[in-house]
Design a protein around this ligand. Sequence first.
Ligand code: GDP
Ligand code: MG
Length: 201
Amino acid sequence: MILGRTERGKAPVEPVTLKILVAGGFGVGKTTLVGAVSEIKPLRTEEMLSEVGRPVDDTSGVEGKHTTTVAMDFGRITLRADLVLYLFGTPGQDRFWFLWDELATGALGAVVLADTRRLEDCFAAVDYFERRSIPFVVGVNCFEGATRYPVDSVRRALDLDERVPVVLCDARDRESVKEVLVEVVEHAVARVAAAREHATP
Ligand SMILES: Nc1nc2c(ncn2[C@@H]2O[C@H](COP(=O)(O)OP(=O)(O)O)[C@@H](O)[C@H]2O)c(=O)[nH]1
Ligand SMILES: [Mg+2]
């Protein structure tokens, strides 16, 4: 086949790569979420909860959790041939807060995972992204046995701006997590577009 002028010498389309943060309290499902969708073996640094870590890492109410992510979760997902997301799970424990600003640099948006049984665990993450104007969506990880609340009551309890999407999800389910990620990208793109419009009247 003879290549036309437009095709000839055209570099293969480089996908757009976007960085998305995954935040939320300890044991809410961040590592699970990244692992559920990542095409690369998630790079995790889990350490057994040691006797030393025990007084610091409050595991009350977190069933069957014996490891903790010390550095971060990292994963990649191709949403479309031309759109690749890099996922960075933020460390849940207070003693790793210093990593957050590093991670947040260049992020398009974030997912704040929430567990309705311990909603207060995600307050810090919500505050963090609000303060830095980083677009985020709240993903309510629906653990079985937890009461299902309508998204509007979650929104009210978190005192969220009405534009912030709240979605129910299952961090273990690839399709469910993909929906959340698509929501983050759409929300962030809408926010960026709105800010541009505002800047250039
Ligand atoms: N039943 C249920 N368990 C989950 C779900 N998401 C995570 N888990 C479990 O909850 C525990 C904590 O999850 P993990 O991803 O390590 O939390 P992280 O501290 O936020 O990274 C693990 O034992 C997971 O297998 C979920 O949607 N449903
Ligand atoms: Mg983790």
